[in-house]
Design a protein around this ligand. Structure first.
Ligand SMILES: Nc1nc2c(ncn2[C@@H]2O[C@H](COP(=O)(O)OP(=O)(O)OP(=O)(O)O)[C@@H](O)[C@H]2O)c(=O)[nH]1
Ligand SMILES: [Zn+2]
Length: 356
C-alpha cells in the first residue's frame, strides 16, 4: 500500500461527488466504492457489469432499517454489507440509502446483511461520504476496472486533522458589535475549507471570552427559527464587545459536520416527526460529527491557549481540553428560545447532554 498523500482525500471527495468510483485500500482489504447518491444506471453498469456489487451502509442507517438483528450486536458499531440480490436494483439501493421515503414506502426485504472484513476501507468510505456532503451509502465490489481515484484508507482518516492549519490572511473588520475587530482566516493543506476567527477588542490580561460557533447557514444568514444559532452568534459578539475582549471561532462544520444538504434532509425528517438526534441517525450519521481539535489549533495559532468558553455543550469543553486548551471557565450561553425551536432545545438538553 502506498503512503497517504494529503491530496488523496480531496481527489476522492471530488470523485464521489461526480459519481466516479474510488478504490480504498485498508489494512484488512481493499474495496471499490460507488456512492449511491451520485450513481446512475450507466455508472452502475460500468462499475459493476455483472450486477454483483453489494451495498455498504453505515451502522446507524443499518440499525434504522432493522438490519441489526442479522449481526451479532443489537446496534452494530461497524459498517454493514447488504448482499446483492436480483431485485436490489438502483431504485432499491436509493431507498436503502435515503430515509426520505422510509415512512411513505417501508422497505420490503428480505435483506441479507452482515459485517464485512474490509472494515478500514468501509469506514473510510463512509467518512468520505460525510466529507463530501453525500448520503453515507455505496455500492461496493472487490475491485473495479476503472477507478477514478485509488487511495489508502488512512488518507481519509487523517483528512481534517488540523495539524496543517495555518493563518492565511488577517485584516481589520469593523462589525456591528464592535468597530475594534480583526478577522483571521485559516487554511489547511488537505482541503479547501476556510475557518475564520473574529477577534474583538484586545487582550486585557484575562483569558478571552471564546465562542466556538459551527456554521449554520439557515440560522446565521436566513434567520431560521428552527435553531438558536443566529441569536447565539449575535449575543456572543455583543458580550465580547461588552467585556472588551473576546474571540469568535466560526467553524465551517455546517449541520454538526454533515453538510448543508444532509442537514436539510434532517429537517425534512423532522417535518415527519423525528427529533434532531433521530433524524441524524436515520440518515446514517453520528448524532454529532464535529471535531473541536480544529478550534484548539486556531486558538494556538492566535496565541490564546486559556479561554473562558461560552457554551452549553460539555462536548465542546472536553474537545478543547483534550486538544490542549485550558478552559478556565464555562460561561452559559442561552439565546433565542421561540415556539419553533423549543423542541430542538429540549432534545439538546435531554439527549445530547447540553446544560440548558
Ligand atoms: N444535523 C443537524 N444539525 C443541526 C440541526 N440544527 C442545528 N444544527 C447545526 O448544529 C450546529 C449548532 O451548533 P452550535 O450552536 O455551535 O453548538 P451546540 O452543540 O448547540 O452547543 P452550544 O455551544 O451550547 O450552542 C450548527 O452547525 C447547525 O447547523 C439539526 O437539526 N440537524
Ligand atoms: Zn442553526
Amino acid at each position: 500500500m502506498r503512503p497517504a498523500d494529503p491530496r488523496d482525500a480531496a481527489r476522492a471527495i471530488d470523485a464521489i461527488r461526480r459519481g466516479w468510483p474510488v478504490t480504498i485500500a485498508g489494512t484488512n482489504g481493499t474495496l471499490a466504492a460507488l456512492a449511491i447518491e451520485t450513481a446512475d444506471d450507466g455508472r452502475l453498469a460500468a462499475f459493476d457489469p455483472d450486477g454483483r456489487a453489494d451495498v455498504l451502509l453505515s451502522p446507524t442507517r443499518a440499525a434504522t432499517l432493522k438490519l441489526a438483528n442479522q449481526i451479532a450486536a443489537a446496534v452494530p458499531q461497524v459498517p454493514v454489507r447488504v448482499r446483492r440480490v436480483d431485485w436490489l436494483d438502483l431504485p432499491a439501493a436509493v431507498a436503502l440509502a435515503d430515509p426520505a421515503l422510509d415512512l411513505a414506502r417501508p422497505l420490503a426485504g428480505p435483506w441479507i446483511a452482515g459485517p464485512l472484513p474490509e472494515t478500514d476501507a468501509a469506514e473510510a468510505a463512509l467518512r468520505l461520504a460525510r466529507l463530501a456532503g453525500l448520503l453515507p451509502a455505496f455500492f461496493i465490489a472487490p475491485a473495479t476496472a476503472d477507478p477514478a481515484v485509488t487511495l489508502p484508507a488512512d488518507a481519509i482518516a487523517a483528512h481534517d486533522a488540523p495539524a496543517t492549519l495555518a493563518i492565511a490572511s488577517r485584516a481589520r473588520l469593523p462589525v456591528e458589535a464592535s468597530e475594534a475587530a480583526e478577522i483571521i482566516a485559516f487554511r489547511g493543506a488537505a482541503d479547501a475549507v476556510e475557518h475564520v476567527a473574529l477577534v474583538i477588542g484586545s487582550p486585557d490580561g484575562r483569558p478571552p471570552l471564546v465562542r466556538i460557533h459551527s456554521e449554520c447557514l439557515t440560522g446565521d444568514a436566513l434567520g431560521s427559527l428552527k435553531c438558536d444559532c443566529g441569536p447565539q452568534l449575535r449575543r456572543a459578539l455583543a458580550e465580547m464587545a461588552g467585556a472588551g475582549w473576546g474571540i469568535l471561532l466560526y467553524l465551517r462544520q455546517e449541520g454538526r459536520g454533515i453538510g448543508l444538504v444532509n442537514k436539510l434532509r434532517a429537517y425534512a425528517l423532522q417535518d415527519q416527526g423525528f427529533d434532531t438526534v433521530d433524524a441524524n441517525l436515520r440518515l446514517g450519521f453520528a448524532i454529532d460529527a464535529r471535531d473541536f481539535a480544529v478550534a484548539a489549533r486556531m486558538l494556538e495559532l492566535i496565541g490564546q491557549i486559556e479561554v473562558r468558553l461560552m457554551t452549553n455543550n460539555p462536548a465542546k469543553v472536553a474537545g478543547l481540553e483534550t486538544a490542549g486548551i485550558t478552559v478556565a471557565e464555562r460561561v452559559a450561553h442561552k439565546a433565542g428560545l421561540n415556539l419553533h425551536n423549543a423542541g430542538y432545545l429540549d432534545t439538546k438538553r435531554d439527549r445530547t447532554g447540553h446544560i440548558l
